[in-house]
Design a protein around this ligand. Structure first.
Ligand SMILES: [Zn+2]
Length: 275
């Protein structure tokens, strides 16, 4: 079994604030230790399973330089660095099963720690009419390559979003969202225990054939609603973009690879929110 792990930061057990999320933040280095702790709990549980033949970790947060390569246990490969074509999904095409660690709820979710969808420019995203966040976009990418998502971890809102979309996913709650920038934390030993037990259950569900790739009907109808009409004006430079309304552009793409490239181009063209 080839296991691939995408790790983000907003859904990590000790993280609630922007000051923890970016390398120039005063609290970043401490938050990075929490990120490593969540990851190590997942990796140690994976490594206890004799049928796990390989593990690849894809650093999936911000500049994607958060995970310390020298801390990776033997046999674990790390994809580090940004500007990779499939972004948070880099490497999942070669895996049997995908795990999402430290994920967060989509933009607009109440009482969800640091809710957003890929960037601050995005208000909402739909795929074939269904509203999705990063979990959905990435699960659709994994599904395009026939890879199921067996495990997610994050706050309680992420767990609800993931279970609504992927009913057989193992969703581990490592903190409870109080507001966008506040959470109620669990003790570290309980976080570790929940993550380890979640990994075991997720692998068993995969072995039992209970988790299926999330495959969307093609062609893919993608809509992206950005924060302002000016951002949508700029998004219209993307080939194939159709203007739906002031803040929304749409695309009809043959498959998820092309839909993802369109989505990412909208983000790049939209630039940052206006003040
Ligand atoms: Zn992130």
């Amino acid at each position: 079994m080839k296991v691939w792990v995408s790790i983000d930061m907003e859904g990590i057990s000790g993280v609630v604030d922007r000051d923890q999320l970016l390398p120039d933040g005063r609290r970043y280095e401490r938050a990075r230790e929490s990120m490593m702790a969540d990851l190590m709990a997942v990796l140690s549980a994976l490594k206890e399973e004799p049928d796990v033949e390989s593990i690849v970790v894809n650093d999936s947060h911000d500049g994607m330089l958060n995970i310390l390569a020298e801390a990776m246990p033997g046999g674990v490969h790390l994809i580090s660095g940004g500007a990779k074509l499939w972004s948070m999904n880099q490497g999942v095409d070669a895996a049997d099963v995908a795990f999402y660690v430290g994920y967060h709820a989509r933009a607009g979710t109440p009482a969800a720690v640091m809710d957003h969808t890929y960037s601050g420019e995005i208000f909402s995203v739909t795929l074939n009419g269904q509203e999705v966040g990063e979990t959905g976009i990435n699960a659709a990418m994994a599904g395009h390559w026939n890879v199921p998502v067996a495990f997610v971890s994050g706050d309680d809102k992420l767990a609800l979003e993931a279970k609504a979309l992927l009913p057989d996913v193992e969703a581990v709650v490592v903190k409870h969202g109080v507001s966008r920038r506040a959470a109620e934390y669990l003790p570290r030993p309980e976080v570790n225990q929940r993550l380890k037990e979640g990994v075991k259950r997720a692998l068993q569900h995969y072995r039992d054939g209970l988790v299926k790739p999330w495959k969307l009907a093609e062609p893919i109808h993608l809509t992206v609603t950005v924060m302002t009409p000016e951002m949508a004006d700029r998004a219209m430079y993307c080939p194939g973009a159709q203007r739906v309304d002031g803040r929304t552009v749409a695309f009809d793409e043959p498959n998820m690879e092309e839909a993802f490239r369109a989505f990412y181009t909208v983000m790049a063209m939209s630039d940052r929110p206006l003040y």
